[in-house]
Design a protein around this ligand. Structure first.
Ligand SMILES: NC(=O)c1ccc[n+]([C@@H]2O[C@H](COP(=O)([O-])OP(=O)(O)OC[C@H]3O[C@@H](n4cnc5c(N)ncnc54)[C@H](OP(=O)(O)O)[C@@H]3O)[C@@H](O)[C@H]2O)c1
Length: 266
């Protein structure tokens, strides 16, 4: 797309304090590559303006993403929910008024190659927010025993209660007390995972992507543990959104190359 005209389609990401977001760079790059007349913007919206702008974007945008802190609040305004959004209880992608959760869809896709390792394995997830729920559901569906460790017990209990409605049983712990195979950091703080919890682990999943090599990824590398970094999840969830919006399967490597070439990631 080299110009904006009356038929240009509108996409974007709705969140608060989202100056850091890479989503406009990723999606505008894809739109250009496939010669699609569309533009993707960042809508940085304060909480008092959320209701009016959230509703307006559902009508105005062909599709959009939602990020912290509005992934749950948007749900009440949507016309329908995909199973991915219903079971996770959070929406990060909207297409024509329908809500989806592409963090969960991205994890399902990324974890496919680990399916044999995951079956029957014990997994500890740090955090009890949207990213935690997306990973708990995906890991449970791959046959893991899921344990949650969260700063606030109440939020972990709320998460367990919510997921139990969908037949997903999770355990709440204060520490990684059992032998474990998989560790997930779904908090903004990778150092929350104690060193001892990495002993004997075969896979580490990190949601934080700024920087890409977080302290958790560094520790996984030092120990020779396989890992999935936050950038992989970020790119995959964006590609899942493109699949929902346009039905395309855009190559992950091209997005990665573009972000490095533009020095948008380090
Ligand atoms: N790579 C990706 O594509 C991707 C996708 C989604 C999210 N993320 C990242 O993943 C992280 C979590 O996102 P989210 O959407 O799940 O957020 P969220 O819904 O706000 O949940 C955050 C969770 O982290 C815990 N937490 C927050 N600050 C903490 C701290 N300093 N120490 C320990 N625990 C802390 C919270 O605990 P309390 O309940 O006690 O407050 C809560 O359980 C964010 O950094 C986000 O940017 C990345």
């Amino acid at each position: 797309m080299s110009w904006i005209d009356a038929s240009t389609k509108l996409y974007g990401v709705l969140g608060k304090n989202i100056f850091y977001t890479l989503s406009p760079a990723i999606h505008n790059y894809i739109f250009r590559e496939i010669s699609y007349n569309a533009v993707y913007l960042a809508f940085d919206v304060s909480e008092d303006k959320f209701d009016i702008i959230g509703r307006a974007l559902i009508e105005l945008c062909e599709g959009f993403n939602i990020t912290i802190p509005y992934k749950e609040r948007i749900m009440g305004f949507l016309y329908s929910l995909d199973r991915s959004a219903e079971v996770v209880g959070a929406v990060n992608t909207v297409y024509r008024g329908r809500g989806y959760n592409t963090d969960y869809l991205a994890l399902l896709s990324i974890l496919k190659r680990y399916s044999n390792v995951l079956r029957g394995s014990i997994c500890y997830i740090y955090g009890a927010g949207g990213a935690s729920k997306a990973s708990a559901v995906a890991l449970y569906e791959y046959g893991c025993e899921v344990h949650i460790v969260n700063r606030s017990l109440e939020r972990a209990q709320h998460m367990a209660h919510y997921l139990s409605r969908y037949g997903i049983d999770i355990h709440i712990d204060s520490d990684c007390s059992k032998k474990r195979d998989v560790i997930v950091n779904a908090t903004p703080n990778p150092s929350i995972v104690p060193d001892k919890c990495l002993d004997g682990v075969s896979l580490v999943i990190e949601f934080v992507y700024n920087p890409i090599e977080t302290s958790l990824i560094k520790r996984a590398k030092t120990r020779g543990v396989e890992f999935i970094d936050g950038l992989k999840i970020l790119i995959k969830q964006a590609l899942e959104a493109q699949r929902i919006w346009l039905g395309i399967d855009f190559p992950e490597e091209k997005v990665l190359e573009y972000l490095y070439a533009r020095k948008l990631i380090r």
